[in-house]
Design a protein around this ligand. Structure first.
Ligand SMILES: [Zn+2]
Length: 236
């Protein structure tokens, strides 16, 4: 076998490792964003619910103040009966009192509705807080792990790139050109022979070709997948 082919296999392992690191470095930020969005949405749901409860409470208190005022108005109108001297005044006062009572009934209805709504909103809030907690428990550990990994990924990439440079300096330029050419065609371009077959596409190789790969200085490509065939210590 031509000297230097084993370097190509080494180079290929490095390139696979590099590709994997780069894929992760490119993919992780998006995954972190997606998971973070889940947490943010759950928190927003809790905040919206709390705001609805506040609004409802404010509405209820406003109606309660108005009810107090309506009761005071009724009392005041009732007190005026003693000083009424004409039928006309009496009728007018009677109408005012009816209006006070109608208003009080209306406000009491609003207050009851607000109280019922407040209870329902509070129950929903419990469920939404639980969902927020569950989402955080499900997403945060993975986010932390991805961020920790991301922080060291560039360093790992730099290390593998340095390894690649070292291997490159010892690879025969003609072989390297062949490697780069075949790399454009397929993911895997260097195939160690395994059990008499191409290690990439598993096509069985003729005995003569196996022997050529093993003992001659020429470079052979798999006729089926185009990978550069090599013979290493695990070949047979
Ligand atoms: Zn093949």
């Amino acid at each position: 076998m031509k000297d230097g082919l084993l370097d190509l296999l080494k180079l290929q392992d490095i390139d696979k490792k590099l590709q994997d690191l780069e894929d992760r470095r490119d993919r992780y930020p998006e995954e972190i964003t997606t998971r973070q969005r889940d947490i943010d949405q759950a928190r927003t749901a809790v905040e919206d619910q709390e705001r609805s409860i506040d609004d409802n409470g404010r509405e209820q208190r406003k109606h309660e103040r108005e009810l107090t005022a309506a009761k005071a108005s009724l009392k005041e109108h009732e007190a005026r009966f003693s000083s009424v001297s004409t039928n006309r005044e009496y009728d007018a006062l009677q109408q005012e009192i009816e209006a006070d009572k109608a208003r009080m009934a209306d406000l009491e209805g609003h207050i009851l509705t607000a109280m019922e709504r407040g209870q329902a909103l509070a129950q929903e809030l419990v469920a939404k807080r639980q969902a927020y907690e569950d989402t955080g428990a499900a997403q945060q550990p993975r986010i932390d792990a991805l961020e920790a990994d991301l922080a060291t990924l560039q360093q790992q990439v730099d290390g593998v790139v340095a390894d690649r440079e070292r291997v490159l300096s010892s690879v025969d330029p003609a072989l390297l050109r062949m490697y780069e050419r075949s790399r454009k065609r397929r993911g895997t371009r260097v195939a160690p022979i395994r059990k008499g077959a191409c290690g990439v596409c598993f096509r069985q190789l003729p005995a003569q070709q196996r022997s050529n790969v093993r003992y001659t200085a020429q470079v052979y490509l798999c006729e089926s997948c185009g990978a550069i065939l090599i013979w290493d210590e695990q070949s047979s």
